[in-house]
Write a protein of this length. Structure first.
Length: 288
């Protein structure tokens, strides 16, 4: 009922995040994990990851290949690799499934398992409780979180809207996320100060495909609190809340599936965002 939800919603608006333990069942998590194993087993290494480059010019072409691969991934299922896992011919130096850092950005649209999770009745019900009138799904990612830390950031830096405050992340732990294996950390209340940095598409002909405008302030480490969460838990993430993850110092992996929703009512999606809806994939409605 709406009544019992309101303290939680109040908490979300106050902190900029909300932890909902056991939102998905263990079985739903296992289905996502086995589906991703199938996807990785069939994965083709993209051409720009396979070439041994020598000249400066060819290096730039490879960088352009990588940036095009990223920029046009909004309506596809694509693979992004950890550094140093492929040799110059594109052969794996470590087991294939340990080589991928993330898969994005349209699992929610093209994969039946992830589509079902994204549009599951409980997600839609949560959207309604949050008061979302015309929510659309803008992107999704499967994150393997092997080693690397993720520096403090705000999602709205990458997914900019006018007005702000229209982006919401749904972050699902497919395994227990602990302080040892790289759970998320947040600065409570940091979603109320706007954003100071934006990632925008660079002018065409520039060697990098995107550039940052503005700068990320220095955050005080002591302000961050860790949010460990059990398998199946969901963290709701306000588009402007500052969060990070530390490196995974454990032996265990920390898989997560995450997707972002925009309230489309009265909202303009920035033409400068790296991610753009396409004729093939306009942003689908969350409500089905």
């Amino acid at each position: 009922s709406g009544e019992e939800q309101s303290p939680r919603l109040f908490q979300f608006h106050k902190d900029g995040f909300l932890v909902l333990e056991q939102f998905f069942s263990a079985e739903e998590c296992d289905n996502m994990r086995s589906q991703i194993q199938r996807i990785v087993a069939e994965m083709e290494v993209p051409p720009h990851c396979r070439t041994a480059f020598s000249t400066r010019e060819e290096e730039q072409l490879q960088a352009q290949g990588s940036s095009d691969y990223f920029l046009t991934s909004g309506d596809k299922i694509r693979f992004f690799f950890e550094k140093g896992v492929l040799d110059e011919k594109g052969n794996f130096l470590i087991p294939k499934e340990k080589s991928v850092s993330k898969i994005g950005h349209a699992l929610h649209a093209y994969d039946p398992v992830f589509k079902q999770i994204t549009h599951s009745p409980k997600v839609q019900e949560l959207g309604r409780k949050l008061g979302l009138e015309r929510p659309v799904v803008v992107q999704s990612m499967y994150i393997f979180k092997s080693l690397l830390a993720v520096t403090p950031h705000q999602d709205a830096t990458f997914l900019h809207t006018e007005p702000l405050g229209r982006i919401l992340g749904f972050w699902i732990a497919l395994e227990d996320a602990t302080q040892e294996n790289g759970c998320l950390w947040f600065i409570p209340g940091s979603h109320t100060n706007g954003i100071t940095r934006r990632m925008v598409r660079a002018a065409s002909g520039v060697s990098t495909c995107v550039e940052f405008v503005g700068s990320e302030p220095a955050y005080d480490d002591k302000q961050f609190i860790p949010l460990p969460i059990s398998k199946g838990g969901l963290i709701l993430i306000h588009g402007e809340v500052v969060h990070k993850s530390e490196l995974n110092s454990s032996e265990s992996s920390r898989h997560a599936f995450t997707f972002h929703v925009m309230e489309a009512k009265g909202t303009t999606w920035s033409k400068e965002n790296w991610l753009q809806p396409t004729p093939e994939l306009p942003f689908p409605s969350l409500y089905t």
